[in-house]
Ligand binder design. Structure first.
Ligand code: OKP
Ligand code: ZN
Length: 379
């Protein structure tokens, strides 16, 4: 039986908060590509495909704790207070950006500590895209709470799915899927540094929340196992860092070998300590086509995701792999996304999709919607 609908979790606040006027791209001042229009475009597609999607604006408040489990307190305090201090110190109203970033060639001898905001900004931000505005912390908080609301329902639907599998009423072919349509995105945000349009790591917060639920145990009494599949064009350095030394969740990523964030994403980064072997990077050539992408994804699933035997899959859903993406892009077409969704469905595990990148606003709806419909077996 095909699940009729995928539930979509979002809120108006995702489009009204955190709207920097501009960013710097290749040294030039440009529009802020991580815009509210992205979310509007996706929502418009989902609304006109009501046979596939059911949109809810219900958001539960999970409070501060799930966020503190992933991010360091000094970083969270910084995010919350940075803008006000920035303005007091004469910063541009567009928002906070670092004046200097502690470079290892400088810090080797320099032992001075960051004191004022202009110096602190570099401690907590690694590039010029993560502009902190007056309501950025609230916006990121809101995105995390929406993602957690969806995660709680994932767990509930997962339990129902397991029961119907056990009673033979259901085969592994149509696992439940949910979608958190949020911004700002999260996968570049590390435990104590923002960057790449990301402030709080929504996917990491969701995964850690599942692991932390005392009543949620697998058959061996251990926490439920989560596999993260990051299909955004860019490497999720944040998610990798947060879980680098643990074996749950498994982090897997397919991304451009020679693009942003440049200094992470090598296949040699495999995790450390207990986490060794539970971080899988697959760097890809910029000329990757639909066929290439799906073939490599299927192999990643077969070689790494299936043997891990996850209870849940969380997808970092980026469609900046699209051939016409203005700041990124492989050669993936709108026909490719349903195939990607279909490959993820075949894992046979309850799946939460969380929105990350994708900047070709005109095609965002069909590309994101297509992946989700592919997962539903509807395309
Ligand atoms: C966020 B997500 C590269 C410019 C990079 C920041 C990109 C952040 C991407 N030419 N600017 O992973 O989609
Ligand atoms: Zn991206």
């Amino acid at each position: 039986m095909t699940p009729a609908l995928m539930k979509v979790y979002t809120s108006k606040l995702c489009t009204t908060m955190h709207t920097p006027e501009f960013e710097f791209l290749s040294g030039a001042e440009t529009q802020y590509y991580e815009s509210p229009q992205r979310l509007d475009a996706i929502l418009a597609y989902l609304e006109t495909h009501s046979d596939s999607f059911e949109i809810t604006e219900r958001v539960e408040d999970f409070g501060y704790e799930p966020i503190q489990r992933v991010h360091k307190q000094d970083f969270l305090d910084y995010l919350e207070t940075a803008y006000e201090e920035w303005i007091q110190e004469g910063g541009h109203p567009n928002g906070v950006l670092p004046a200097t970033i502690p470079h290892h060639k400088v810090t080797r001898l320099g032992k001075a500590k960051a004191s004022n905001l202009l110096s602190k900004a570099g401690e907590y931000c690694f590039d010029l895209s993560a502009v902190i505005t007056k309501d950025t912390f609230k916006a990121a908080w809101n995105a995390a709470q929406i993602t957690l609301t969806a995660t709680k329902d994932l767990v509930r639907l997962g339990a129902e799915y397991e029961q119907s599998l056990a009673s033979g009423a259901q085969s592994r072919e149509n696992p439940p899927g949910l979608y958190a349509l949020v911004r700002p995105p999260g996968h570049h945000a590390q435990s104590d540094i923002c960057g790449g349009y990301c402030f709080l790591n929504n996917v990491a917060i969701a995964a850690q929340w599942i692991i932390d639920q005392p009543e949620l145990k697998g058959r061996d009494g251990q926490p439920k196992k989560i596999a993260i599949v990051d299909v955004d064009f860019h490497h999720g350095n944040g998610t990798q860092e947060i879980f680098y030394s643990v074996s749950n969740p498994l982090y897997t990523s397919m991304h451009s070998a020679d693009d942003y964030p440049y200094f992470t994403g090598s296949a040699l980064e495999k995790g450390e300590g207990e986490g060794l072997g539970f971080n899988v990077n697959i760097p890809l050539h910029h000329a990757t086509t639909d066929d290439d992408y799906v073939e490599i994804l299927d192999k990643l699933i077969l070689d790494h995701v299936m043997p891990y035997q996850p209870d849940y899959v969380i997808v970092s859903l980026g469609v900046d792999t699209f051939k016409d993406d203005p700041i990124a892009g492989f050669l993936v077409t709108s026909e490719g996304y349903p195939r990607i969704g279909n490959s993820i469905r075949k894992i046979g595990v309850p799946t939460l999709f969380v929105q990350e990148g994708g900047y070709c606003v005109e095609k965002l709806g069909i590309n994101v919607g297509g992946m989700l419909q592919g997962f539903l077996g509807k395309k």
